[in-house]
Design a protein around this ligand. Structure first.
Ligand SMILES: NC(=O)c1ccc[n+]([C@@H]2O[C@H](COP(=O)([O-])OP(=O)(O)OC[C@H]3O[C@@H](n4cnc5c(N)ncnc54)[C@H](O)[C@@H]3O)[C@@H](O)[C@H]2O)c1
Length: 269
């Protein structure tokens, strides 16, 4: 396990699924945690389960004021920030673009792109100066299914996750040598509460609603490891990239895909 003792980690989108699992894993690695989520219910639950040693704040990653308040609260409370980890996101319900009423596309596009892409960009800008003081890191969340090819979601989600790859590469270039910028591309997440855009009426449809065996059956068809990981199981991949002791990896995206990209589908299993 990566030793993150002494590191202050700011995690956006940490209320459930991947982000919550990463918070647990980073905490187990010895990091001091600062957690942000848009849902006040999830933030209350975070405070309750992690206790008073952590900072938990409600805020929307699309809101510069909320991100600035989060950064300032971290500096006031802990005096520094070493790692920014972005785990927020929404899905698009896997709707083919031709099934969407065209007049709903602009608002749905804005919602998906603003949360999945702009939120990462704004967080990086707001945290840049403080991270640079510590030779810190930014670790974002792409997708093994949607960042490199089709059919890991609908067009809006796929476009947003492809964009995350560009954000990582350009930020790694622009923020060098002070801050390393990387990402992880997860495959499935067992305890995900991933929701869709309100613009398509999908805000209360959660990935959690999909029965686990049919989700598992879908994962098994395309990956090698017969396993649907929890958010916390992605922790080691994020921790390697975020680790302040590591001065090697930047502009890197770890394919945490359980062998998906190693498997052109010829034989069925
Ligand atoms: N679920 C999967 O199978 C899967 C696969 C690959 C990649 N991902 C990616 O992993 C990340 C986490 O997804 P998850 O499955 O854990 O979903 P999740 O919904 O369980 O977690 C996302 C968290 O982000 C929060 N959030 C949403 N909008 C926000 C905003 N505007 N500001 C602040 N917080 C906000 C949500 O409240 C939630 O707590 C996303 O980027 C997703 O695209 C998920």
């Amino acid at each position: 396990m990566t030793d993150l003792t002494g590191a202050v980690v700011a995690l956006t989108g940490s209320g459930s699924g991947l982000g919550l699992g990463l918070a647990q894993y980073f905490g187990d690695c010895g990091a001091t945690l600062a957690l942000l989520d848009i849902s006040s219910e999830k933030v209350a639950a975070l405070q309750e389960s992690f206790g008073d040693d952590i900072l938990a704040m409600q805020g929307d990653v699309r809101d510069i004021g909320a991100l600035t308040a989060f950064r300032d609260a971290i500096i006031t409370r802990f005096g520094r920030v070493d790692c920014l980890v972005g785990a927020q996101g929404i899905f698009d319900g896997n709707r083919p673009i031709s099934d969407l009423p065209v007049d709903k596309v602009p608002a749905a596009f804005d919602e998906v792109m603003q949360i999945n892409v702009l939120g990462y960009i704004l967080s990086a800008i707001v945290f840049r100066e403080e991270l640079a003081k510590r030779n810190g890191s930014i670790t974002l969340t792409a997708s093994s299914n949607a960042s490199y090819c089709a059919d890991g979601g609908g067009l809006l989600y796929t476009a947003s996750k492809h964009a995350v790859v560009g954000v990582v590469r350009q930020l790694a270039f622009e923020f060098a040598p002070d801050i390393r910028v990387n990402a992880v591309s997860p495959c499935g997440i067992a305890d995900s509460d991933l929701r869709g855009p309100g613009a398509l009426g999908l805000e209360s449809e959660s990935q959690n609603d999909i029965p686990k065996d049919s989700f598992m059956a879908m994962i098994r068809k395309v990956t090698l490891l017969d396993h649907l990981p929890t958010g916390a199981e992605y922790g080691p991949a994020y921790a390697i990239l975020a680790d302040p002791k590591q001065r090697i990896l930047t502009g890197e995206i770890i394919m945490a895909d359980q062998g998906l990209a190693n498997r052109p589908i010829i034989s069925s299993r």
